[in-house]
Design a protein around this ligand. Structure first.
Ligand SMILES: *[C@@H]1O[C@H](CO)[C@@H](O)[C@H](O)[C@H]1NC(C)=O
Ligand SMILES: *[C@@H]1O[C@H](CO)[C@@H](O)[C@H](O)[C@H]1NC(C)=O
Ligand SMILES: *[C@@H]1O[C@H](CO)[C@@H](O)[C@H](O)[C@H]1NC(C)=O
Length: 485
């Protein structure tokens, strides 16, 4: 009898394992162009690279996942001493796919491989925005300085169509353009033919001495079709619903957009696109009173999340997070969560999107839930002892997992979030044999993405799991109780 139950549990565990994946952790090497690949589909203990690949560029590769979570962008921003002109962007397949097999998905693993039809060269790639199966990349360029022999390098905008990755007959690069002048800007691919992007200030473009070099941030935006025809402008700097002064940070999901603006603007600019009429509307989401000098510079979103999270801080001063919905037209004080110190990173847990993960420069890790207009702290745990600044470690959110990679010691702290709801996390520690530069989780097709254990939302993966549990429990009770009847 024990044997039967044991076999049943083994079958149960095996089936649970195959139902979902946590993907892979990709880690770039600080001293080379190697990206190391760590499988997350088994235990978090003794994490070690299984394979690696080389990407174009030089040491110092930044990594981002594509919107589908099936590929990774590897980005070298360029060397400052040559005006970032040697910058390069490439994409590789993360090597995990979901294969439909009757009523369920099988997960197939293969070695990651470069995608041949999507790379390009650009100076200082910074903002990277997935939306509508596309990724818009904004390369800031360089203001330039004659005194040291560095020319102006204009900003450029690039759109990659994720559905065209690996297509031998055409390029996945579906749009690119060169802007006037350089600035630290943003682009969002609205759909197959519309692009929203920021413009440098007139003094920046004209290189007005004493002003041009200081005005690195945009204040106006335009939406054009891919042929360059103007569709909509966000350029009335007297109207907070039609401009975004001191922009830094964007959010884009399902034809709704948010741009983070400074305290002079006084809020977040929300933009909505109506695809049936191909028209735009926009409105300001005002910041609350009593937060002098605060601005939003970074957003965190998730397709399943009920809120958009954002930071809200004074440069060099107080730091907060806030959460709002796409219906909100103002931020109220209860939406604001004060932090003891400015965060290094914050992100939604990717599997279930119910928790906002925060990593602080003191080395502490926090899990928050925001519901009914209240922030609730679920977890507060010290992960890295003796840490004092963000530059010492990388923080990466995964699916029911999170990772802290400490650069100097090369230690990975892998955090299992399955019991975060009950205030508990399990942390496993491993050591790498290289110094990490950047890291990201990818290789998680939506159909087979792991959620937090015991998560209540309906999901194809967990539905299959529940089915297996009840089936085996029924079978077990039948076998167990039969002799007693
Ligand atoms: C985890 O991924 C590796 C390939 O990267 C594969 O060999 C292994 O079978 C996978 N394990 C499970 C439990 O799926
Ligand atoms: C678009 O990209 C191609 C390939 O890199 C380049 O040759 C071309 O000059 C670019 N066009 C613009 C307008 O930037
Ligand atoms: C670069 O920007 C300047 C304005 O600052 C403009 O005159 C020039 O034509 C731009 N170069 C390209 C290649 O578009």
């Amino acid at each position: 009898m024990m044997k039967v139950i044991f076999l049943l549990s083994a079958a149960l565990l095996a089936s649970a394992h195959e139902d979902c994946t946590h993907g892979r952790l990709f880690v770039s090497d600080a001293d080379s162009t190697t990206v190391h690949v760590i499988d997350l589909n088994e235990s978090l203990e003794n994490l070690a690279p299984e394979s690696s690949l080389n990407v174009p560029g030089k040491a110092g590769i930044n990594l981002k996942a594509t919107g589908s979570m099936k590929e990774v962008a590897a980005m070298y921003r360029g060397d400052e001493t040559v005006g970032f002109t040697d910058g390069v962007v490439s994409f590789f397949d993360a090597g995990v796919s979901a294969i439909l097999h009757g009523d369920h998905y099988d997960i197939a693993y293969r070695a990651p491989s470069m995608i041949e039809n999507a790379g390009f060269e650009c100076a200082r790639v910074t903002h990277y925005t997935p939306h509508a199966d596309k990724i818009a990349l904004f390369c800031d360029g360089t203001y330039g300085d004659e005194a040291v022999g560095i020319d102006q390098e204009n900003s450029t905008v690039w759109v990659i169509d994720e559905t065209k990755f690996g297509d031998p007959s055409e390029s996945a690069l579906v749009f690119n353009m060169t802007l006037q002048g350089s600035h630290h800007g943003v682009a969002i691919a609205v759909d197959d033919d519309h692009i929203l992007y920021s413009l440098a200030t007139p003094d920046r473009i004209a290189r007005t001495p004493g002003i041009g070099e200081t005005e690195a941030l945009p204040s106006t935006f335009v939406i054009e079709d891919f042929e360059g025809n103007a569709i909509h402008s966000l350029d009335d700097t007297n109207d907070p619903s039609k401009s975004c002064l001191g922009f830094h940070g964007e959010w884009a999901q399902d034809n709704q957009f948010a741009l983070g603006c400074d305290d002079n603007h006084g809020g977040i600019l929300r933009v909505d696109y109506n695809p049936s009429t191909e028209t735009y509307s926009s409105f300001a989401v005002s910041y609350p009173d009593g937060f002098e000098g605060h601005r939003t510079g970074t957003f965190a979103g998730h397709s399943e999340a009920e809120h958009i999270a954002a930071n809200f801080a004074v440069s060099g001063g107080a730091s907060n997070l806030l959460a709002f919905t796409t219906d909100d037209s103002q931020i109220t004080e209860n939406m604001v969560l004060p932090l003891p110190v400015r965060q290094c990173a914050f992100a939604y847990e990717k599997g279930s999107a119910d928790h906002i993960l925060v990593f602080l420069p003191t080395g502490s890790f926090h899990v928050f839930e925001y519901h009914d207009d209240t922030w609730e702290e679920k977890v507060n745990v010290q992960v890295v002892d003796g840490m004092t600044q963000c530059s010492e470690a990388l923080f990466v959110a995964g699916f029911g997992q999170a990772f802290v990679l400490v650069k100097e010691s090369r230690v990975i702290h892998a955090i299992d979030l399955d019991h975060a709801d009950h205030g508990r996390v399990e942390i496993s520690t491993s050591t790498l044999d290289f110094t990490p530069f950047d890291a990201v989780v990818a290789g998680v097709p939506t159909e087979v993405a792991c959620e937090l254990e015991g998560h209540e939302h309906e999901h194809s993966g967990s539905a299959v799991f529940t089915y297996h549990v009840s089936f085996y429990l029924l079978l077990a009770s039948l076998i167990l109780f039969q002799p007693m009847v």
